[in-house]
Design a protein around this ligand. Structure first.
Ligand SMILES: Nc1nc2c(ncn2[C@@H]2O[C@H](COP(=O)(O)OP(=O)(O)OP(=O)(O)O)[C@@H](O)[C@H]2O)c(=O)[nH]1
Length: 562
């Protein structure tokens, strides 16, 4: 009986020690257990970044080149408890892969990272000893698919082949969860087409609109068009860089161009501030608003200059804080301007609401609220392209109204407000355009002073208006009439050849006689005195005008002496 409690105690001790030992052994085993994937048919496998990547000490390691390097790095790597979003540095992943098919299976491995300085894949098959290496680094991915907003490489597994895929990645910033998607060729090419087509279309739209705005600036020299070009163009260039398009097109080795998007963004917003200020004429109508936009623009330029010299994660944060502050400011401005009945606000507001909505989607896609939201960058990019179209439309509306204002001012400066005949300014322009052969007719109304004195100035005005109307009707299509003084008018007739002089002079005389008859019916005490001179009789226009004036006075004098 004494033995029993002792053996039970020992057994309990052994069991306890075994459990502790098992627990101690299991911790690292479960902690470092590699995820695995089995390739079946066309199925897409998604591996979450939290369970995939292990953090490597960034400073004390060399880029792995062999299986031994990989194993050693992996042994000292730290498991992650969180997503790689907003992290930076070097990470390693080990994944057990099995091709369950009896045929070779080709798969694309899509790593959800925009910015990648070093990206290496190593395939160690269980069936062979050689280590197959693939480089998907941004600078060396020449043999890999050119996929915007992410990195990808292809791997073909033999029938029923299995093994381990190692992934080594290093970057200054991971903007989103570093999910790994293993996709069949069929699905990958579809996705690649859509992603690249939409990205290139959106960026091309932005750059084309920026060129249009720049062309408008060259033609009009209006600063608002230059600010518009900067606003749209810098956004377009920024996205071309951030999406990887510039890297894929030009393969620039000096710098990793994907990082440039964040550096260009503050400058794009500085241009947007100036565009907004100029579009709504804030310098004249809303000076405090103009000041605010100037300060925001200056702050953006400051951050734009600073960003290349700070760690990229800070540049990334600065750019995103600017976006989060800018969009509500732009929407608020659009709303306010709509309240002030400003015609330019319509497109401006629509564009910024679209862009703002896409940014909310982008932020939700990086939060637990909307984890299923995908292709957030693409959504933002397409919305931004639509925003840029709206921005150019608001500029077009601005220019249209400016043109109308200009035409109004132009005609107001050339039209006599009482009679609506051309004024002296218009006469000078018309004289400059006269052909070789022309006729000048000087006209002066008779008895205006008497009408003014006896019936009042209003009646005198009516006489001048009625007389101009009569002559406009009579000369329509043949001559242009201008008011040069109180009751003095000049009519210019352009002729195609010298043999038109005689018939045209006859015609003018007949037309003025007809006008006189109708004028007399309404104003019996008034009349028209006129003198005609031709380019044939004079050496220049001044002589011709003086001759016509002289003849008009001769006629007026002869009337008075009768
Ligand atoms: N109602 C009116 N009168 C004007 C206007 N501009 C000038 N006048 C008058 O037109 C007259 C022009 O002077 P005159 O040509 O000497 O006057 P008139 O009575 O036509 O004399 P004759 O030409 O010699 O027949 C002056 O009395 C001006 O005050 C105007 O815009 N409206």
């Amino acid at each position: 009986m004494a033995f029993l409690p002792c053996s039970i105690l020992t057994a309990a001790r052994i069991t306890l020690y075994s459990l502790v030992l098992l627990f101690v052994i299991c911790i690292p085993v479960t902690g470092f257990a590699s995820p695995s994937a089995t390739l079946v048919g066309n199925e897409t496998v998604v591996i979450d970044d939290v369970e995939l990547w292990r953090a490597i000490d960034l400073k004390n390691h060399a880029v792995p080149v062999s299986l031994t390097d990989l194993s050693q790095l992996f042994a000292h790597a730290n498991a992650l408890n969180a997503s790689l979003t907003n992290q930076s540095g070097a990470y390693l992943a080990r994944l057990t892969l099995t091709n369950s098919e009896d045929r070779a299976s080709s798969r694309f491995f899509r790593i959800n990272a925009n910015f990648v300085d070093i990206g290496l894949g190593f395939w160690q098959s269980n069936q062979t000893t050689s280590l197959h290496q693939v480089d998907f680094s941004q600078h060396h991915d020449t043999n890999n698919p050119k996929l915007m907003h992410a990195q990808a490489f292809e791997l073909t597994l033999n029938p029923n082949e299995s093994g381990e895929l190692w992934l080594y990645i290093k970057a200054d910033h991971y903007a989103k969860p570093l999910t790994l998607k293993i996709i069949s060729s069929q699905h990958f090419f579809q996705q690649m087409f859509m992603t690249n087509a939409l990205t290139i279309f959106s960026i091309a739209t932005m750059l084309a609109l920026a060129i249009i705005a720049l062309a408008l600036y060259i033609k009009t020299r209006l600063t608002v068009t230059l600010a518009c070009s900067g606003y749209i163009g810098l956004h377009g260039l920024g996205w071309a860089a951030a999406s990887g398009l510039i890297d894929d097109l030009f393969n620039i080795q000096v710098i990793n161009t994907t990082y440039l998007g964040m550096i260009l963004f503050p400058f794009a917003i500085a241009a947007a501030c100036q565009f907004t200020k100029l579009l709504f004429n804030m310098n004249y109508h809303r000076k405090s608003w103009a000041k605010l936009f100037n300060y925001v623009a200056l702050a953006c330029i400051f951050f734009g200059v600073v960003t290349p010299f700070v760690p990229f994660s800070i540049s990334f944060a600065i750019a995103h804080i600017i976006a989060v502050l800018w969009v509500p400011l732009a929407i608020l401005t659009g709303f306010k301007m709509m309240i002030f009945n400003d015609f330019r606000a319509k497109y401006y507001l629509i564009g910024n609401i679209l862009y703002g909505a896409s940014l909310i989607y982008y932020m939700l896609s990086h939060s637990p609220l909307l984890p299923a939201a995908s292709q957030a960058e693409l959504v933002v990019l397409v919305a931004l392209a639509a925003d840029c179209i709206c921005i150019l439309l608001s500029l077009a509306t601005w220019l249209q109204h400016k043109k109308q204002d200009y035409s109004r001012a132009y005609s107001q400066a050339r039209i006599d407000p009482l009679t609506h005949a051309g004024n002296r300014h218009a006469l000078n322009e018309a004289l400059a355009k006269l052909p070789k052969h022309y006729l000048v007719c000087f006209i002066d109304y008779d008895g205006v002073k008497t009408i003014n004195d006896k019936q009042g100035h209003g009646k005198g005005d009516e006489l001048l208006q009625f007389g101009t109307q009569l002559m406009n009707e009579a000369f329509r299509g043949e001559g242009d009439i201008f008011r040069t003084g109180g009751d003095e008018f000049i009519c210019l007739f352009s002729l195609k050849s010298a043999n038109q002089f005689t018939p045209t002079i006859q015609n003018i005389k007949q037309m003025i006689t007809d006008c006189q008859v109708r004028l007399h019916e309404k104003w019996p005490t008034s009349g028209i005195s006129y003198g005609i001179a031709s380019s044939l009789e004079s050496a220049n226009q001044s002589q011709c005008l003086a001759l016509a004036d002289q003849r008009m006075y001769q006629q007026k004098r002869s009337k008075k002496t009768i």
